[in-house]
Ligand binder design. Structure first.
Ligand SMILES: O=C1O[C@H](COP(=O)(O)O)[C@@H](O)[C@H](O)[C@H]1O
Length: 258
């Protein structure tokens, strides 16, 4: 049974530090239970701040980095060295500083990579990467242990934007995204269907600009209009917010009893 939890921190710095601490604990627990763990990374201000905090934390070394699979929820389809790449941000913030197994870092192709400027081929290739990592009963997408996501003020998550082809996609695990309302306009993204294969989805955001989308999603808005409303983990959906992003919530969220 899936549960939704909402935790509100006083400010964005505290949110990033607390999310990093939670992430260390969760990864260590999963590795202790089953040997290895998987995490889906996000771009965006809060997502990268969490990785920076994790890198600064001495608890960082409690993780067995060689037994962690790393994926991305979305990527900007730009050259590999572009500052717009979510991968570049994640590498600078954390990945370049820890002893990951390079074979377990599953990047989405850049626009100057092996598929050139063919974004459909890049998306299809990432779907194949997921299928190769999935178990026989997992329907082509591994059951990610933790899927980190951010969100936009208009309700997008990963690169699934309101009323876009991606939000209407129900069969594919990965899609090419064109004409994105937020630059850069061409991207690769997991679909909501793939995101919902995660055991845990952590939605992390800060700032007043996100408050409306947060409150609509938690009130159960249709995912076509507010895609982040459809981002759920099959065990747990954890919202980690700062006070301003939580500013339009009307319901009081109690801590879970179990
Ligand atoms: O473009 C993107 O934006 C979202 C949210 O970013 P934020 O800086 O407004 O928090 C992010 O989750 C996504 O990965 C990224 O590609």
């Amino acid at each position: 049974m899936s549960r939704t939890e909402v935790v509100v921190y006083e400010n964005a710095d505290l949110l990033a530090a607390a999310a990093a601490a939670r992430l260390v604990t969760r990864i260590v627990d999963v590795q202790a239970a089953k040997g290895s763990a998987s995490v889906v990374l996000t771009g965006g201000g809060t997502g990268i701040a969490v990785l920076e905090e994790l890198n600064r934390s001495s608890a960082r070394d409690a993780i067995d980095w060689s037994r962690l699979d790393v994926y991305w929820g979305d990527e900007r389809f730009v050259p590999a060295d572009s500052d717009e790449r979510n991968e570049k941000g994640a590498r600078e913030a954390l990945l370049d500083h820890v002893p990951l197994d390079p074979k377990r870092v599953h990047v989405m192709a850049p626009s100057d990579g092996e598929f050139g400027d063919d974004v459909d081929a890049a998306a299809a290739a990432y779907a194949e990467v997921l299928a190769a990592q999935a178990g026989p009963d997992e329907g082509g997408v591994p059951a990610f242990d933790i899927c980190l996501l951010g969100l936009g003020g208009e309700g997008h998550t990963a690169s699934v934007f309101p009323d876009s082809p991606a939000v209407h996609e129900t069969q594919l695990s990965v899609v090419a995204v064109r004409d994105c309302p937020k630059p850069p306009s061409t991207r690769v993204s997991l679909t909501l269907t793939a995101i919902r294969r995660a055991r845990e989805v952590w939605l992390m955001t800060a700032g007043e600009a996100k408050a409306e989308a947060v409150s609509l999603a938690l009130a159960g808005a249709p995912e076509v209009q507010v895609p982040v409303a459809g981002a759920r983990g099959y065990r747990r959906t954890l919202w980690l917010l700062d006070r301003t992003a939580a500013g339009k919530l009307t319901k009081v969220y109690e801590p879970p009893t179990t």
